[in-house]
Design a protein around this ligand. Sequence first.
Ligand code: ADP
Length: 301
Amino acid sequence: MKILMLARNQNLYSHKRLKEAAEERGHELNMYDPLKCYMDIASHRPKLFFGSTEIKGYDAVIPRIGASVTFYGLAVLRQLETMGMFPVNESVAIERSRDKLRSMQLLARDGIGLPVTVFAHDTKMTEEVIQRAGGAPVVIKLLEGTQGVGVVLGETHKAAKSVIEAFRGANVNILVQEFIREAGATDIRALVVGGKVVATMQRTGAEGDFRSNLHRGGSACKIRITPEERSTAIRAAKTMGLNVCGVDMLRSNHGPVVMEVNSSPGLEGVETATGIDVASKIIELIEKKAEYGKTKTKGKG
Ligand code: ADP
């Protein structure tokens, strides 16, 4: 098969691994930086170009679109979907997952466990918002944040109030969440590929940090998850419509709660911690599912 990967940095571990896995299984995989592609949106003949080369003849596309290039990257992916190329994750599903608020609303609608989360526009509501999230300590999250940036613990009522007011004063949207103290600065990431959990790791925050992101100095190790956690991860992936994703959960007193569903999960941490070849599982999924014209939405969001 001919596989196309949309990725900005060819040298990232995850991207190199996916190429390696594809080639090991006898496929050709070419990477293109989505920002360097341009589109011809002509009626009935949508085309995509990279320099003077027309990108065509691929069986599937692996979108690895970073949060900072979501808008243009998804436009390129949509173009490929319109052309009938099978996407590992569809543009609409990725777009949904990039919006934390929308994601939580969708997960809540399907009854998936979530931390108590409150969202408001008006700073006059700050007192009520903190109360509704269970009172201090609360976690305050920038809606547009990634990799733990813009995730703050308001330890006291006063601190929480000042952080909320500062963020709102800067005109950014935030979520206020109950602090799951019992998770002990540890979260679980379940890698879901094609409706199955293929690898699970536990991440623990660096000394003194309640955030367990590996980018923030956290460490990872292999973990066995409970059947309830497994089914929560699978249901979350299904709700979001993602074939491949990383589901981040916390172990709370009221069962597993989902914090986030990541549509471009990094492979380095999870492959190193578990020894599982996740890249090959993703390529296997393509082998099973890729069929011309079989995209659900064909770029129609
Ligand atoms: P990002 O998308 O920026 O990684 P997350 O929502 O995943 O932000 O939060 C980053 C980290 O902070 C999580 O991995 C987790 O360890 C910790 N965290 C987030 N929300 C909570 C919460 N409600 N209670 C306890 N810890 C949390």
